[in-house]
Design a protein around this ligand. Structure first.
Ligand code: SF4
Length: 226
């Protein structure tokens, strides 16, 4: 039976990115499995937690050993990376190798996130929509309360972060988006990115004037129309 990071089921490895870990050149390790079922899921091949690993940790370790001094950091993404018990060992190993660490998460396991935060240099937390919409978007009852708890852990930790919301008018309307921005700002969120919902794209992006208004509530705000 493998132990530590060797037990991770890794669905893929991106060897170089400049956009997934702000300000750093990084590799991305995609972990298999997610309990949510967002209609617009960008990585459906990673949803099944029982899927065999496509990339062994030993391969990731060898790759990172050869990239010391060339990459700044390593991002763990998914799927939902906090689903897997080997994640904390992997983060500790990557840090011991001299890399900075980042996590992309939907925030569904607040206690695990609280335990992982001391091992992280940056966290990207999805806020999938207005709180009353999140259970529907994720097709999972109780999701919203879990994300609220995760957000509170992230904000209290002092770890650098970004909250991210995927938006299309087919998911929820501009008025709801505006109210979400106010709610997040009131909770203390200072960094928020809005990203276009690629698989839906039913409507236009928010008007430029609305984007400017949304951005006034945050120290850092970005619209990603990718
Ligand atoms: S949380 Fe992410 S990986 Fe999971 S279903 Fe939603 S979009 Fe897909």
């Amino acid at each position: 039976m493998p132990s530590g990071p060797e037990r991770l089921r890794i669905g893929g490895l991106t060897r170089w990115t400049s956009i997934d870990f702000p300000g750093r050149l990084a590799a991305v390790v995609f972990l298999q499995g997610c309990p949510w079922r967002c209609s617009y899921c960008h990585n459906p091949e990673l949803l099944d937690p029982a899927q065999d690993a496509r990339v062994p940790w030993t391969e990731v370790r060898s790759f990172l050993t050869a990239r010391r001094g060339l990459l700044d950091g390593v991002v763990f993404s998914g799927g939902e990376p906090t689903l897997q018990a080997g994640l904390s060992d992997a983060l500790a190993e990557v840090r011991a190798m001299g890399f900075q660490t980042a996590l992309h998460t939907g925030g569904m396991y607040p206690e695990r996130i609280a335990a992982l935060l001391p091992l992280l240099d940056w966290i990207g937390l999805d806020i999938k929509g207005p709180w009353e919409r999140i259970d529907g978007i994720t097709a999972s009852r109780g999701s919203a309360a879990r994300v609220q708890a995760s957000l509170a852990h992230v904000l209290a930790s002092g770890v650098d972060y970004e909250c991210r919301t995927t938006w299309d008018s087919a998911l929820f309307d501009l008025g709801e988006l505006t109210r979400l921005a106010a709610d997040l700002a009131q909770r203390g969120v200072r960094r928020w990115a809005l990203q276009r919902c690629r698989p839906v794209q039913a409507g236009a992006p928010p008007p430029a004037a609305e984007l400017r208004k949304l951005g006034t509530r945050f120290e850092h705000f970005e619209w990603r129309d990718a």
